[in-house]
Write a protein that binds this ligand. Structure first.
Ligand code: ATP
Length: 370
């Protein structure tokens, strides 16, 4: 087992005359046995980060250490890591057993029967014992994924690196494998860095998640902390489905003034905003409550139901502050309410937006102020 330390890691690629900064001054420490999920939109630098840790990509600047040993110049095969790719990367001409034993035969002096024993044990752990003599082409996608995992596990590495390993599986299998991978990682206790663009995987699998955008680390923390206390507007918008509602507002005394509504704030929120007046108000859809009565109470708004999307257990409801308002932005509030609450398009409702559920961001920097 091992700790991993990325200290101001940068990676630039040269594309003709253009310099692409794929990873920009990223620092993070990953604990011994930790499951860290690196997440972010396409092109944010996730894979490049992982590939630098794996030794498949050189590091332009910064220091990478495994167990306090600087490994920038250590070859990939000497880093004691095992990588699992999205594509599985199995050798088609080899049997499952050979795919799993190949790495050990190459990198160790272990006798054949010992390697065989290790492969059989790992096969059993993953429920693929009956498949050991088959070729990859005779396996389903889910089975191939298990073999790819088995090949990584059997090497008993210090670190697992996984790059979107579940993205080729269908939704049901992916959900099953999520749980199984977590259980395996927990049992084996191997330090793991797992790259995905899927926020469900990030929220459910990681001890912590590292959120990247534009090559820069936006936040690294426990999933629920990132969700409830996002460091900035990017993190707030990236996590959560439907996404957080955002409204441009201006601070005026003890009110946040938007295009078509005002939101009064108490001293606690006011104190967090300091001198910043150009702000963004953030409201999670699940924070919105539909209540009885009029809209004459602070934080309650008379709204019109525009669209209802029934999801079964809950409804996603698109509400409008003022259907006649002449504005493109800031008119719609998305709310998730429980599936038993009956609302229809055109209804007039009262929406309560509790003050303890609001987020406020600096409109210029995106930084979370409250
Ligand atoms: P995805 O989820 O789409 O795989 P990612 O977050 O893993 O994206 P990277 O593959 O790390 O992103 O790419 C980060 C940036 O670096 C992108 O702008 C990409 O085009 C660029 N990049 C990656 N590899 C190279 C390369 N070999 N040469 C030039 N640019 C590259």
């Amino acid at each position: 087992m091992a700790t991993l330390e990325l200290d101001s890691i940068t990676k630039t690629f040269q594309d003709g005359d253009e310099e692409i900064v794929a990873v920009d001054d990223v620092s993070m420490s990953i604990d011994d046995g930790e499951f860290l999920v690196v997440v972010g939109p396409s092109g944010c630098g996730k894979s490049t980060t992982l590939r630098m840790v794996a030794g498949l990509e050189t590091i332009t600047a910064g220091t990478l250490s495994i167990d306090d040993r600087v490994v920038n110049d250590v070859k990939s095969q000497d880093r004691d890591i095992a990588m699992v790719f999205q594509s599985y990367a199995l050798y088609p001409h080899m049997s499952v057993r050979e795919n799993m034993s190949f790495g050990l035969e190459e990198s160790t002096d272990l006798p054949d029967d010992e390697i065989n024993r290790m492969v059989s044990e790992t096969g059993e752990m993953l429920g693929i014992s009956p498949l050991l003599d088959r070729k990859p082409s005779d396996l389903s996608g889910g089975q191939q994924q298990r073999v790819a995992l088995g090949r990584a596990i059997v090497r008993d590495p210090e670190v697992f690196l996984m790059d979107e390993p579940l993205s080729n599986l269908d939704a049901k299998l992916r959900a099953e494998m999520r749980t199984e991978l977590q259980r395996l990682q927990n049992d084996l206790g191997v330090t793991t860095v797992y790259v995905t663009h899927d926020q469900t995987e990030a929220m459910t699998m990681g001890d912590r998640i590292a959120i990247l955008d534009g090559g820069e680390l936006q936040q690294i923390a426990e999933p629920l902390k990132c969700y409830h206390e996002p460091a900035n507007q990017f993190v707030a918008s990236f996590l959560g489905e439907p996404s957080m509602n955002f409204f441009d507002v201006t601070l005026d005394g003890d009110r946040l003034v938007g295009d078509i509504f005002e939101y009064p704030i108490g001293d606690d929120v006011r104190a967090d905003l300091g001198e910043t007046t150009d702000l963004v108000l953030g409201i999670r859809p699940e924070a919105v409550e539909l209540v009885e009565g009029g809209a004459d109470v602070p934080h309650e708004f008379g709204m019109t139901v525009d669209v209802v999307e029934p999801m079964g257990d809950e409804n996603t409801v698109y509400l409008q502050f003022d259907p006649d308002a002449d504005t493109e932005t800031g008119a719609t509030l998305v709310a998730t309410i429980d599936g038993f609450t009956r609302v229809s398009e055109g209804d007039t409702v009262t929406a309560h937006i509790p003050e303890d559920a609001i987020h406020v961001f600096d409109r210029v920097t995106g930084e979370a102020l409250h």
